[in-house]
Design a protein around this ligand. Structure first.
Ligand code: PLP
Length: 386
């Protein structure tokens, strides 16, 4: 058994990429506050605005509509609110519709009262039930305000892609506002499919940038949520507080890196994912690979081995020196049952593991993961036979 560690949990967080590390260190050496008018302040402002353009390019949007936050969770809490402004006029959102497989950052519904949040079911395929969404929107009480729909582009556990273009069409025909959580999709797929979203959410640490910085990207500044954090008026008043300047600059560099190499990276990651899944199927023909026959992220394999609990599997891989995870990374560090698996109609007690790769993962590492998988699957069979 090799003792060197192998990191295959890129959906939980991606290691800092070189471009981000260099930019981050440079920015840490810059003394100015981006809001100061002297030369040091102006230099910091220029670096901050460069990062804004880099992130806007990743999102395919105008830089004017990029609001930096402390992460995707804060961006979600900023935008998921009943209170918006359209220009100078207040605009009321009456109800929030979120899918059953959303990350808790979205599922919790931000500033909406619980009775103003409804769940959109998903199909066994792991995709949003569009008929159910259409029905929810038909039943929406327009008197209370506009509907808001918040869905993810790619699921963090399964990697399954959501029909965001069709969700956009339904939302628009109901006169609603669409928020798309593009956290897991960024750097792993072309984001053009989310072009009709009113708001996009990204997180730096999922694309090789530093942790603790994210962004809300609006279509323009006409329609904006009432701020969540008020104070000195930074970020054009949309998010007060001195910006996390070095992290933002690092985020910008990671975003540029992600855009530059996207096609080649997608091909590389899909090759590794397929290598793992072919090896896993050979070692354990009863392995269930969730979402294997539909559209999904190039880098993610979400699988169940009947008879192997998530927790046991995760520990077994960890003892093999391999970091992968049982679905999403719970804040408490405990391995919970997957709400995504449950929403897809599986018994969550089935358990599932997520292997997620990145651009610097190599074939030899995947070969090692397959060997570990085979040993773990073999032990499971031996136990079952005993
Ligand atoms: N949305 C998705 C799909 C995620 O995977 C995550 C992080 O795991 C988040 C939102 C929250 O991101 P952050 O860690 O930046 O708050």
């Amino acid at each position: 058994m090799s003792t060197s560690r192998l990191y295959l949990d890129w959906n939980a967080t991606a290691p800092l990429c070189e471009a981000a590390r260099v930019a981050l260190v440079d920015a840490m050496g810059m003394p100015g506050n981006p809001s100061s008018v002297h030369a040091e302040g102006r230099a910091a402002r220029a670096a901050l605005e460069k990062a804004r353009r880099q992130v806007a390019t990743l999102a395919g949007r105008e830089s004017a509509a990029v609001v930096f936050t402390s992460g995707a969770t804060e961006a979600a809490n900023l935008v998921l609110t009943p209170d918006f402004r359209m220009g100078r006029s207040p605009l009321r959102i009456g109800h929030l519709y979120v899918s059953a497989i959303e990350h808790p950052a979205i599922r919790e519904g931000g500033r909406f009262a619980p009775d103003r949040i409804s769940e959109i079911p998903v199909l066994g395929s792991g995709q949003i039930d569009l008929d159910a969404l259409a029905q929810l929107l038909r039943d929406h009480d327009a008197g209370a305000g506009l509907p808001m729909v918040a869905v993810m582009l790619a699921n963090n556990e399964t990697g399954i892609l959501q029909p965001v273009d069709e969700v956009a069409a339904l939302t628009k025909s109901a006169g609603g506002v669409l928020v798309v959580d593009a956290v897991q999709a960024a750097g792993k797929m072309d984001l053009a499919v989310a072009g009709d979203a009113d708001f996009l959410i990204f997180s730096s640490h999922k694309i090789g940038g530093p942790k603790g910085v994210g962004v809300l990207v609006a279509k323009g500044e006409a329609l904006m949520p009432v701020p969540l954090i008020r104070g000195g008026g930074q970020e054009k008043g949309h998010r007060s507080g001195t910006e996390n300047f070095p992290a933002i600059v690092g985020f910008g560099a990671a975003a540029e890196d992600a855009v530059r190499a996207l096609a080649a990276r997608m091909e590389h990651m899909a090759h590794l994912r397929d290598q793992f899944e072919e090896g896993a199927r050979r070692a354990a023909p009863d392995v269930i690979i969730h979402g294997a026959y539909g559209p999904r992220l190039a880098n993610t394999s979400f699988f169940s081995l009947p008879g192997l609990k998530s927790e046991t599997g995760q520990i077994a891989f960890d003892l093999e020196g391999i970091a992968l995870s049982a679905g999403s990374a719970c804040s408490s560090g405990r391995v919970g049952e997957s709400h995504v698996l449950a929403a897809m109609g599986f018994d969550p007690a089935l358990g599932a593991l997520r292997l997620s790769v990145g651009p610097t993962t190599g074939e030899e590492e995947i070969a090692r993961a397959v060997q570990a998988f085979a040993r773990i699957a073999g032990r499971r069979r031996a136990k079952g036979a005993a």
